[in-house]
Design a protein around this ligand. Structure first.
Ligand code: ADP
Length: 581
């Protein structure tokens, strides 16, 4: 029952609206039940020849008035009850998004984005349906169902009992079919998202497809997925196609019973002709509550299961969080110390970093180099606590970073990850993401420092150029420089750059390195690079190999060692000279 607590606040918040909505719904139910009564009076009057045109017009007017009232009250309950279910949907979605954002990167490594999307769409939709239409169907099946049966029994109990015989078939039939239809509908949704995802991916990778002459294979691959989509649709059509006629069959069996038994009772004067006609009308009204009874159990079960799944996600605690007693960090100096740091991506996994000792004073520059997979990115990720060390500790201004409030720790760090990620929007929005308060002068300064100014000026929309899927196509180097400008604009005492010149040409790379050089003494800089000339000026350079520091020192010291650093440096120098020709 715990997961119900998730939606309780919204029900409490909207309690008056829900009450009003339920009143409207019940009023609609009773107004509907009145129409057969009016028909009964009219038919009885007509068959007894005691009616004139004026009286008939009154009956007609009553029916119109009731229809108008039904329309008004129906609008009322829709606004209130369906509106409340939308509020539940909105509240749950915001809560889920806010919570998922707090989870650690390791959660996103383990859980597929598609699964998270399913919780954010399908599960929330199920809860919305259960709280909206579920509530309506439940009320209708109880109120309208029992009232219609009551009115019918008031006319004739025996006839009512006979007419009710096929009703359980409607209830169980709806339950059975709606379950099946829902499963098939999910299947259709699944194949449709696969179809759109494959189409999107193939168009995004159109150059590779063309380069490898794979158009024909890709066409048949899409044709197969397209066939799956059509087949799942046809399966759904087959079930929906048999559901409605079957329900109609059951209600028609009831109608046949009324016609035969009710007709005989009318001839035998047990009931009046008006009662007979009214009975048929009540029967028409009874079909929906019977179907609702079968539907509602599915809606509520599905909603409940989805709510449990949402609750389970909300119960997940971030692996990395503020520990109790975490302190504020006011003005940071920026000295970073790694003390015998070990890290592995899981208890059962080999350490990716081991025995790391580093002492980086305020304003100093640390260069990290090493072969791919040696642990450079992992090293950089440990400082803003994207992951927590599994052994040893990292201190910032002599405080263990695990004892500093998250917010304060990350406020001290400008971080440029290896993969420059741009959000759909303008270049300006993407750069200001790092510092919303920055003014135009600061923005232009950061852009110039990232060697991006002339590139932006060459775009006709300048800073307002849209990037992302529908925007201009940027080169890897341009994206990287936007990400660099974003990090530089943040202006925090610690700057971490993960391979900032990996995708730019030598000249732009040198300009960027000059910018980073100019920050030496002002900021504590950690720069990861596969290009050794980018860290040449660093106060301290470490070479990682298989998660261990195998060399450490300044450029001059390492060159004397004649090991990995010196050899790679010379090789890259020759490569750069060759490229210059
Ligand atoms: P580098 O930056 O030097 O290329 P990384 O720090 O990216 O090295 O990776 C070091 C090792 O850690 C590699 O073996 C890599 O496969 C592994 N690794 C990196 N990220 C993850 C992750 N999120 N989960 C599990 N293993 C990872």
């Amino acid at each position: 029952m715990k997961s119900i607590n998730l939606i309780k606040p919204y029900f409490l918040e909207k309690r008056f609206l829900i009450f009003f909505g339920l009143v409207c719904l019940i009023v609609v139910d009773f107004l509907q039940l009145f129409i057969p009564r009016i028909i009964k009076w009219a038919v009885d009057d007509i068959t007894a020849f005691r009616v004139d045109a004026i009286r008939l017009s009154y009956y007609a007017l009553y029916i119109v008035a009731i229809a108008v009232l039904i329309a008004l009250f129906r609008y009322g309950w829709r606004r209130c009850l369906i509106g409340t279910s939308r509020r539940v949907e909105e509240g749950l979605r915001n809560r889920l998004f806010a919570h998922i954002q707090t989870l650690s990167p390791s959660f996103f490594d383990k859980v597929k984005t598609g699964d998270i999307m399913a919780h954010a769409t399908n599960d929330i939709q199920h809860v919305r349906m259960a709280t909206g239409m579920g509530m309506v169907a439940l009320t209708d099946s109880i109120v309208l169902g029992s009232a219609a049966i009551g009115f019918m029994a008031y006319i004739n109990v025996k006839l009512t009992l006979f007419v009710l015989i096929p009703m359980p078939m409607i209830i169980f039939g709806t339950r059975f079919f709606s379950k099946k239809m829902h499963r098939l509908y999910q299947e259709v949704q699944g194949t449709f998202s696969e179809l759109t995802e494959v189409t999107r991916e193939r168009f995004a990778g159109i150059r590779i497809i063309k380069a490898y002459n794979r158009e024909k294979d890709e066409r048949s691959r899409l044709a197969k997925i397209s066939k799956d989509y059509i087949n799942s649709n046809l399966r759904l059509v087959r079930v929906t196609g048999s559901f409605f006629p079957m329900m109609l069959l059951f209600s028609n069996i009831s109608l046949a019973i009324v016609l035969y038994l009710g007709g005989r009772q009318t001839i035998g004067l047990t009931i009046t002709p008006g009662d007979f006609v009214a009975f048929i009308s009540y029967l028409g009204l009874l079909t929906w509550p019977m179907m609702a009874m079968g539907w509602v159990t599915n809606l509520l079960q599905r909603g409940r299961a989805s709510l449990d799944r949402i609750d389970k996600i909300l119960q997940i605690k971030p692996e990395i969080d503020d520990c109790s007693g975490a302190e504020h960090l006011e003005l940071v100096q920026g000295s970073i110390v790694f003390e015998n740091v070990t890290f592995s991506y899981g208890h059962d996994k080999e350490p990716v970093l081991a025995g790391i000792d580093i002492n980086l004073d305020k304003g100093k520059v640390l260069g990290i180099v090493g072969a791919p997979g040696s642990g450079k990115t992992t090293f950089a990720n440990l400082i803003p606590r994207l992951f927590d060390v599994t052994g040893g500790r990292i201190t910032l201004d002599e405080k263990d970073i695990r004892n500093i409030l998250f917010k304060d720790l990350r406020a001290q760090i400008s971080f440029m990850p290896q993969e420059p990620f741009l959000f759909a929007g303008t270049i300006r929005e993407n750069i200001l993401f790092g510092n919303k308060e920055a003014d135009e002068k600061e923005l232009v300064k950061a852009v110039k420092e990232a060697s991006l100014y002339s590139t932006i000026k060459s775009f006709s929309d300048g800073f307002e150029t849209i990037v992302g899927e529908k925007g201009v196509i940027l080169s890897g180097g341009q994206k990287q420089r936007i990400a660099l400008a974003r990090a530089l604009l943040r202006d925090s005492p610690i700057l971490i750059l993960d391979d900032p010149v990996s995708q730019v040409d030598m000249e732009t790379g040198s300009a960027i390195i000059n910018t980073i050089k100019s920050l030496a003494g002002i900021k504590t800089v950690i720069i990861v690079s596969h290009r050794l000339s980018a860290v040449q000026f660093a106060d301290q350079i470490i070479v990682l190999d298989n998660g261990r520091i195998i060399e450490s020192g300044t450029h001059e010291e390492l060159m004397k060692n004649d090991r990995y650093y010196a050899k790679t440096f010379r090789l890259q120098e020759i490569e750069e000279e060759l490229n210059a020709y």
